[in-house]
Design a protein around this ligand. Structure first.
Ligand code: ATP
Ligand code: MG
Length: 414
């Protein structure tokens, strides 16, 4: 992509009403545009990051047998009334049609998926099944001050699974937990897993996946020695107390952001919809159901918070909008600009995603500043000066490490 063609521009100041680092950096870098509190549009750079996050999530969900679908976002109110959610769930948007009908726009999808699966999955031979989607969710959140980490519109991956037995549910639950941990790791994040009560949904246990960041809205207690972790909201334990799971560990307290959670829903929804299947003995039985969420846009915000520095964003290679930021520092110099053009083509030939700063106006200093703000993992500099020796300067964004490489050495990195 030629940066001279990119319609977005970086900006020096973030809007005053944005108090979180993720929103400030993402707006300054031209990744997102704010429509109102809790509602953002994703611009070319931001959309590429989201797509990379989605790809990793999709990959790991497919790997544990998830089947991707896309459910309707505009939904009838009836199934939500049938389960009691219409009255009980306070974040549901309720839409009045001019025809007197009531609709909602999806805030979750248990009420939609259960009747869908009910139609096809009728026998024990059809179970287990896990279905997921990646798409927009809408919630009437009261406080939306965390930038893209808490949206009134946001992107979520929601998966729903159905099982014959509790044992089979537990097996899948463990698989999903491992898949979730791989998802976060692939994005350069370390997630701690809390064991928490499922709140209003169910009496059963759930896991929450938490990434430590000062911008998070949760407080957790975690052991400094083993993997024990609980949400401070529900726990009687206190910071500094001895860990109840291991010997020698103590509980530390930290703010964190919930980047995913998985629930055992039991048979609530199958019961609400009268969904039974024929079990091995030919009897009608309710399937056991689970739901598994990942906050896609929240993850992008958490990465922006957790992995940035004082100069700007620092994307891990797996989610970065481009792999290489090619800076042509002296584009008015014919030799240097044609060397940069040739390098750009050679990288594209190798299948490398490149943002090529070919702009003629900005100074070298401005280009470096923009590059640090945008946070592409590898910055390759071409200038009259470096070309005297036929070399290119390569800077790793995360470490600041620089190397001078010739063309072959540079291309062999990919
Ligand atoms: P929270 O406690 O943060 O409100 P939740 O328990 O309501 O989250 P779920 O309904 O289970 O969350 O949604 C699954 C995932 O979607 C969450 O773990 C989180 O990562 C993400 N998520 C939930 N609400 C929002 C939101 N308003 N904006 C962005 N992401 C969200
Ligand atoms: Mg919530």
């Amino acid at each position: 992509m030629l940066q001279s063609q990119l319609f977005t521009k970086t900006r020096k100041e973030a809007p005053k009403d944005e108090i979180t680092k993720n929103a400030q950096l993402l707006i300054r870098g031209g990744f997102v545009h704010k429509e109102m509190a809790g509602s953002y549009s994703y611009l070319p750079l931001g959309r590429r990051v989201l797509e990379n996050i989605e790809r990793i999530v999709r990959d790991e969900m497919d790997r544990i047998g998830g089947q991707e679908i896309r459910m309707a976002t505009l939904q009838p109110s009836e199934p939500w009334k049938q389960t009691g959610a219409w009255e009980k769930v306070d974040v549901i948007f309720k839409i009045n049609s001019r025809t007197d009908k009531e609709y909602t726009i999806g805030q979750s999808a248990e009420e939609i998926i259960t009747p869908i699966v009910q139609e096809y999955v009728r026998s024990y031979k059809d179970l287990p099944v896990a279905v997921y989607q990646i798409g927009q969710k809408y919630r009437d959140e009261l406080r939306a001050k965390s930038g893209i980490m808490r949206g009134r519109e946001f992107t979520m991956k929601d998966m729903y699974s159905f099982h014959e037995t509790q044992e089979d549910f537990d097996r899948f639950y463990a698989l999903a937990k491992e898949a979730y941990l791989r998802v976060y790791k692939r994005m350069g994040l370390v997630a701690k897993v809390t064991e928490a009560s499922g709140g209003s949904f169910t009496e059963k246990l759930s896991y929450e996946f938490m990434v430590l960041t000062s911008a998070g809205e949760d407080v957790i207690l975690y052991c400094d020695s083993c993997s024990y972790c609980v949400n401070a909201d529900i726990s009687k334990q206190k910071e500094g107390e001895a860990c109840t799971r291991c010997t020698g560990g103590n509980l530390a307290r930290a703010t964190a952001s919930e980047v995913g959670n998985i629930f055992d829903l039991g048979i609530k929804y199958p019961k609400d919809f009268g969904y039974t299947y024929k079990n091995k003995d030919g009897e009608d039985a309710y399937p056991i159901m689970g739901c598994f969420g990942i906050g896609i846009t929240r993850l992008m915000g958490v990465i922006a918070e957790a992995l940035s520095d004082e100069h700007g964003l620092v994307w891990p290679e797996t989610v970065a909008p481009y792999r290489v930021h090619l800076l042509s520092l002296t584009p008015d110099d014919l030799e240097a600009s044609s060397a940069a053009n040739l390098l750009y083509d050679a990288l594209l030939d190798l299948g490398v995603d490149v943002l090529y700063d070919d702009r003629k106006g900005p100074s070298a200093g401005e280009k470096f500043k923009d590059s640090d703000l945008i946070g592409i993992p590898l910055c390759v500099v071409v200038s009259k000066k470096t070309l005297v020796e036929g070399k290119f300067e390569v800077k790793v964004r995360s470490s600041g490490e620089t190397k001078i490489l010739d063309r072959d050495e540079l291309l062999s990195l990919f």
